[in-house]
Design a protein around this ligand. Structure first.
Ligand code: ASP
Length: 334
């Protein structure tokens, strides 16, 4: 029997204000979110697996230069792009992830290779790049990842001695919004030293296919001017990305808190142990995130093709389609 298919995507959460957005930019964001939804939906409509659908949607978002993933990734302190990505197949409970990969055109594809070809879940840094070479992952030169606004963000972050999560308001107003502060240059940065009110740009997708199988995928460029080998929640299974036989979840926001709250897995745990619906479980997870001081949101889907997209930030780039009406919904603000 064919069940209800569903797909949801995000392009990051944070202080996304209408007042900081131009009409043209908003149109660009919306059309890219629609393109990513179409890419994933085409797979599900043909009866394809949820894993293929989330990978297709995330590849589309990685290729779009305005999101902080793949092509639009932010710069590290050394002017490099180092990217993290993860995906998980809820049907098999298999997952693959990469952290700190450079020059890989689509890190989510590499995460898939980790899942398919290694007995491991997460490969990082040099090793992950060696693996990319071994599996002939498509690489791209530094210029491919170079976007002017990301470069300006880095110059600004260096000048101010800051580690920034994604977009930054003051010096790049045309992009709107994104500041985080941390005492860069010190090796002792407690979680509380980060203030990340405007993160946005990480991308993700969750899907339910015709068999009721679920999958989740998330991809990010991390933080501008990042050092110290910082890794966020995105490539950590259970923190930023998770899928099982109850739900599939992809998170975005201040990663440290999603790690501390084990947020992606938390949605599944609340469904399993408390018998909650997807919507109630996800809402409670975001309430918990708020309690521990975190900001951001998540997208989630269950085996009945229900979707929910809660967040506690000003906005979240997001969209979904479900088999209820096959209508594409794309939203940015609260
Ligand atoms: N969660 C990501 C991180 O902390 C960032 C984001 O979602 O914007 O690396």
């Amino acid at each position: 029997m064919m069940g209800k298919i569903a797909l949801a995507i995000h392009g990051g959460a944070g202080t996304i204000l209408r007042s900081q957005m131009t009409e043209e930019l908003e149109r660009e964001y919306r059309s890219e979110l629609e393109a990513a939804l179409k890419a994933g939906w085409a797979v599900l409509e043909k009866g394809g697996p949820s894993l293929e659908a989330v990978e297709a949607a995330v590849i589309s978002l990685e290729d779009f230069p305005l999101f902080n993933a793949g092509r639009g990734s932010v710069f590290t302190s050394e002017g490099k792009n180092e990217m993290d990505a993860a995906l998980m197949d809820g049907r098999t409970l298999k997952a693959g992830a990469v952290a700190f990969v450079r020059n890989v055109r689509n890190p989510i594809r590499l995460a898939r290779e980790v899942m398919e070809r290694t007995g491991h879940v997460l490969l990082a840094g040099e090793g992950a790049n060696q693996f990319a070479a071994e599996v002939h992952a498509e690489m791209a030169p530094d210029e491919y990842f170079f976007t002017e606004h990301r470069w300006l963000q880095l110059q600004d972050a260096i000048a101010k001695g800051r580690v920034q999560l994604d977009h930054f308001t003051a010096e790049t107003p045309r992009r709107g919004a994104g500041e985080a502060t941390a005492a860069s240059g010190s090796t002792d940065i407690p979680n509380s030293a980060f203030r990340i009110p405007h993160s946005k740009g990480t991308v993700g997708a969750v899907a339910c296919d015709k068999n009721g199988s679920l999958a989740a995928a998330t991809s990010t460029g991390g933080m501008t001017n990042k050092k110290f080998g910082r890794i966020g929640d995105t490539p950590l299974i259970g923190a930023g990305t998770y899928a099982d036989d109850l739900c599939a979840v992809s998170c975005t926001g201040h990663g440290e808190y999603f790690m501390l709250g084990v947020s992606a897995y938390d949605v599944s745990a609340r469904m399993r142990y408390k018998g909650l619906s997807l919507e109630d479980a996800a809402r409670e997870t975001i309430e918990r995130l708020s309690e521990i001081g975190g900001e951001g949101g998540l997208i989630a889907v269950d085996t009945h093709g229900n979707v929910t997209l809660p967040f506690n930030s000003e906005g979240m780039y997001r969209g979904h389609i479900t088999g209820d009406d096959n209508l594409m919904v794309v939203e940015i603000y609260k």
